[in-house]
Design a binder for this molecule. Sequence first.
Ligand code: EPU
Length: 338
Amino acid sequence: MTEHYDYDLTPHNTFGIKARCRRYVAFDTVAEAQKALPKLVSANERLLILGGGSNLLLTGDFDGTVIHSHIMGMEQHDDGEEHVLLRCGSGLVWDEVVAQCVADGLYGAENLSLIPGEVGASAVQNIGAYGAEVKDLITTVEAVEVETGRIVHFTNAQCEYAYRQSRFKRDWKNRFFITHVTYRLCRTFVPHLDYGNIKAALAEKGVVVPTAIELRQAIIDIRKAKLPDPKMEGNAGSFFMNPIVQRSKFEALLPLYPDMPHYIIDADRVKIPAGWMIEQCGWKGKALGRAGVHHKQALVLVNKGGAEGSDVLALCRRIQADVKAKFGIDIYPEVNIQ
Ligand code: EPU
């Protein structure tokens, strides 16, 4: 267990916002978490469970204890002939897990390559990209109940996964500290190339039927071309979720915006890309004070240098208001605002 007081959180949030916390604790083992967490609760301590800090906007110093998992380790168990269960420590870097899977011939996670963050957060956030969501791989989530120190196992169904949603973001927030996540991977590679420009990116390299390594590389290339590197320009990936609207709402907008990109969810609901709406509002590449909208992907807000959480929040509110005024649609942040 590592413990620090009056600790600098700047390196722990990819937005690069300067903030401190009163105390910072990292657990290397489940037993350490079981012992320490109930004590923090009895002391009425405010808690913030932090992963890689890649989906976080800090709006000030945190007057409480920030908890981080350093629980590592990966174990493989066969699940029949075709599948493998991979139990991962919550402190592992997600993309290192994907890289290991591809190297070991375990498939299903390739399209989720290069998503920042750690294993624990993958299960909180239901990370997704390029037509894949981690909920389709997760079988079990193990956690320590913060109040009691008891170990609990949740099935995928119990986590109530949906688009960028789970119970860990709602009623279970700060109630459970995730220690391990088990993913079910396949020994046979079935490439999923239908989303966006994957096929085009592969075709540029003369590839029609990719290997898993080639697909992973194509996803990495697409992400690198579109999304800003937090080391160069602070950001937390997509700042907003893509709204899901009633079909009637979508049909009312379509004559006004015939080129509006959209994804049909079911007979009643349609998902409209928030990035497109933000661009239509004229925000792409623009800034408000020290916070800006990325010039290649309007869904990503960036720290133009020295931004405080309040700068990003002010930009967020202006964008929400403009999208509402132009399209009559509410958009909500994907990032955790603290
Ligand atoms: N679009 C624009 N202008 C923009 C941005 C997007 O017109 O500035 C349009 C695109 O042309 C496309 C559509 O909106 O027609 C969707 O864009 P894109 O494929 O780039 O994906 P997204 O909906 O903006 C989502 C995820 C990303 C993920 C990509 C690819 C969310 C909140 N975001 O973004 O996830 O990488 O799809 O699958 O669902 C993240 O969560 O941090 C993240 C980066």
